[in-house]
Design a protein around this ligand. Sequence first.
Ligand code: CA
Length: 224
Amino acid sequence: MKILLVEDEMKLALAIKKGLEMEGYTVDIINDGQKALTRISLHRADYDLVILDLMLPSLDGREITRQSREMGITLPILILTARAETETKVETLLAGADDYLVKPFSFAELAARIRAILRRPVEALPEILSVGDLELNAAERWVKHNGEDVPLTLKEFGLLEYFMRRPNQVVNREDLLSHLWDFNYIGFSNVVDVHVKNLRRKLDTGHGDVVLETVRGIGYRMVA
Ligand code: CA
């Protein structure tokens, strides 16, 4: 799961990013309203959720929400607001946001709101996935292979979930990079290969029926 965090208080933004990364999310930070709208309009498919501060330089959160919805973008939006007035909240929701959180909030509250939004039926994805003899529970974050627990790192888990949501489809490295690594990541796409290699090793019990094939020059395909 990848989140776009639009917040101009850098200290708060970095603290939220750090906390969300501990929960297994990948987070991009943008600190300007207009830049955020551009990012959302051009890269909507990269994100699962947008967290928007209401008061931002150049374009406020409500306007970003309104314009995004006008463009037909259905990404869930969670608004962060320093204003507690009920009127503001209602207006915000009417502009198309999915939920709001009043500052100051606890990290636990933010995490709970995010989980709730991402689980809503409209945008929700199944939480229990099963491909061949592999089973993954995205909510409880565990993987079983032939009924046995497979301990995975957060990145490996993210990769496996991505593959299991697309069985028998070719997944290219750039898609994996853009969904599972944030845009400040500086490196080569072989970081994906390294993680896939580790994932393969952990899944290879010698008698499994799921194979992560390399598709030369493109990426990977999970074959069941
Ligand atoms: Ca602000």
